[in-house]
Ligand binder design. Sequence first.
Ligand code: AMP
Length: 115
Amino acid sequence: MTLETNCLFCKFITGEIPVDLIRNTSELIAFRDIAPQAPTHILLVPKIHVENGAELAAAAPLTLAALHSAAAELAAAAQLDGYRLVFNTGASAGQSVFHAHLHLLGGRSFAWPPG
Ligand code: AMP
């Protein structure tokens, strides 16, 4: 497990900063977003420190798959009839935490194209 000392999500993974975990496996954690953009807004975070989804795909493709599977399970548990999965990648796309994370959003209708 590669972690960074100055990374918020790494501190969640180590427990240095407490967070209510919805899921905690050997590969990932999941918790509710502090500023939810939908009635269900969960972040799925790999335990390997990489900057974004593309880096995760290159470094640990099975963990990328595990994030998607976990998101589907959490969406089913929340009885969502549809949901949106997002990797914001780069500041211009809205990324603010540079430890890869998959947003699971649901519980309302979503527009397309996204804003
Ligand atoms: P992004 O902007 O795609 O990098 O997503 C980062 C997400 O982390 C944002 O949606 C934030 O609201 C969320 N976030 C930041 N700090 C916390 C925290 N302490 N607990 C839960 N979510 C957080």
